[in-house]
Write a protein that binds this ligand. Structure first.
Ligand code: MG
Length: 339
């Protein structure tokens, strides 16, 4: 098997403003695995807060002995990748996604079919809007016209104003992502009650990951579900979240790819957690992989390709508010151009 990779930079349509900073582009590394005339494609997305870079991803990829990669023996392959380094979740995800794509092409089956995931259920996705002024919000809502649910990034000084401005301009259901921006428990409880009165669906990662007792009290005191994002990366993180959150946001770049993400969804269900499947700024490669898992989740937040201007692939598409998977084997994605 031959492994090649290519660094690339996704350009964001709008500067992305969150509780912890603003950015205009996201580095990714695209991975290709070639075997017996088939090529599988994967992607590592590298938002700065996850601590990976093009250098750390390429260093990890250079360590791989490709004779140890076997798409027919996934458990062993994932164990091999895990033993190479304890971090590098995005790099591992890129290899995992490429192996799944490759296996689908070798067997002429779609990813959902390989994983026995029902493809028939309509799966809507939310569209994320970074912290915005009233005027910015108007133009971003136009970008969101294909999406039936809106996710508002909050966690600044004017959260209520932002939500009021949203409610003035849109009737679509919405939820909020605080990105750890609320530091005071009473403020968080008051905001959760106010958001419940204003028909918000749920609240993602309201408080810093380290504020476990405060988050637990917020979850007990809130009528809205409280969903973990920054507090959870991998399967082993779930057990500590029982009683602290009502659900988890699972992302391929955190979980080391599809194999562990499916294990996380199964474990989360046993714990009676709600499941959101999310993405970073990602191209249609990794987002199409995640979209295959969406029928297993309660909610999907897979708007990555809609937030960038230079997607190198075509893949999952939005139609009448639902994600439609491409029909080809594996991920079914096709290369467009690199720019
Ligand atoms: Mg989040």
């Amino acid at each position: 098997m031959k492994l090649t990779y290519r660094p690339y930079q996704l350009k964001l349509k709008h500067p992305f403003k969150l509780a912890y900073g603003t950015r205009t582009a996201t580095d990714i590394v695209l991975v290709e695995l070639e075997h017996e005339g088939h090529t599988g494609c994967g992607e590592a997305s590298l938002p700065p807060y996850l601590g990976e870079s093009i250098e750390t991803v390429t260093a990890f990829l250079n360590k791989i002995d490709t004779s140890q990669l076997d798409p027919l023996r996934f458990r062993e392959t994932v164990q091999y990748l895990g033993a190479l380094d304890s971090d590098n979740n995005g790099a591992k995800a890129a290899v995992d996604i490429a192996l799944h794509d490759l296996l689908g092409k070798m067997e002429d089956r779609s990813l959902a079919d390989l994983m026995s995931i029902p493809a028939s259920r309509p799966t809507p996705s939310s569209f994320t809007i970074g912290m915005s002024t009233r005027t910015e919000l108007e133009s971003k809502l136009k970008d969101a016209s294909d999406y039936p649910i809106i996710k508002l990034k909050l966690g600044g000084d004017d959260d209520k104003e932002l939500v009021k401005s949203y409610l003035d301009q849109s009737t679509k259901p919405y939820y909020v992502d605080i990105n750890q921006g609320w530091k005071d428990r009473q403020y968080a409880l008051d905001m959760a009650a106010w958001l419940a009165e204003n028909e918000c669906l749920f609240i993602e990662q309201p408080m810093p990951a380290g504020m476990i007792d405060e988050t637990s009290l917020l979850t007990q005191g809130s009528s809205l579900p409280i969903i973990a994002d920054e507090s959870v990366r991998r399967l082993g993180d779930l057990a500590a979240l029982k009683g602290v959150f009502n659900g988890v946001n699972i992302k391929l770049m955190k979980s080391t790819g599809i194999f562990e993400a499916i294990g996380m969804i199964e474990e989360a269900r046993k714990m009676e957690f709600q499941v959101l499947i999310g993405c970073m700024a990602e191209s249609s490669c990794a987002v199409t992989a995640a979209a295959n898992l969406a029928p297993l989740a309660d909610w999907a937040d897979l708007d990555g390709p809609a937030l960038i201007t230079n997607d190198p692939f075509t893949g999952v598409k939005m139609e009448n508010g639902n994600m439609i998977l491409p029909s080809g084997p594996g991920l079914g994605i096709e290369k467009v151009s690199f720019q």
